[in-house]
Ligand binder design. Sequence first.
Ligand SMILES: *Cc1c(COP(=O)(O)O)cnc(C)c1O
Length: 221
Amino acid sequence: MTTSAAERLDKVREEIAKACKIARREPSEVTLVAVSKTHPAQAITPLIEAGQMVFGENRVQEAQGKWPALREKFPDVRLHLVGQLQSNKAEDAVALFDCVHSLDRPSLVAALAKAFDKAGRQVPCFVQVDIGAEAQKGGCAIADLPALLAEARAAGIPLAGLMCVPPFGIEPAPYFALLAKLADDHGLPGRSMGMSGDFPTAIMLGATHVRVGTALFGERG
Ligand SMILES: *Cc1c(COP(=O)(O)O)cnc(C)c1O
């Protein structure tokens, strides 16, 4: 049986509301970022028409291909970059995205600061933390986080919070709890954590942004 985009969105929103109730939080504290990577514009449009306004992409080039036309049609939609960002794509990213979830190294602090200057506009950035010590996923090592945050602050980057992608296939709760603790320690309000398989757990542990793809769009081809 196939379900419509509106039905899948309703179901995800219900699960968000349920997790918020258990955690005694307000659903308005949690931003649902619909991760539309690999999905074409015709799969995205029904979700926008059903009321979803925040989307995430993980590659600048792919987003450049499909989002300018969608944004023209739906100017209120907001676009977040959730994937690794190469420094030489910082300018392109700042031109297209309203939020970056993957600031993870000093060279990118410099590239983003320069891109903000040039564009005359800043976008809030989450610092991605390598929460499971898996270098291949990107993210700043926990030990390097204080220095990176200091550099970002000194460069005038608007910091939204911290972001993580826990190791695949094991219980994510301890990693979410650790990210929330690190965000607290550094006085950062945002926690971007939780994907299709674990967003209710992330919300119970303080997520402010959940990045959900498969549960909204179905499996990626
Ligand atoms: C693809 C992706 C997601 C969404 O994953 P699903 O399991 O499809 O919900 C979330 N965050 C990042 C960084 C991603 O690349």
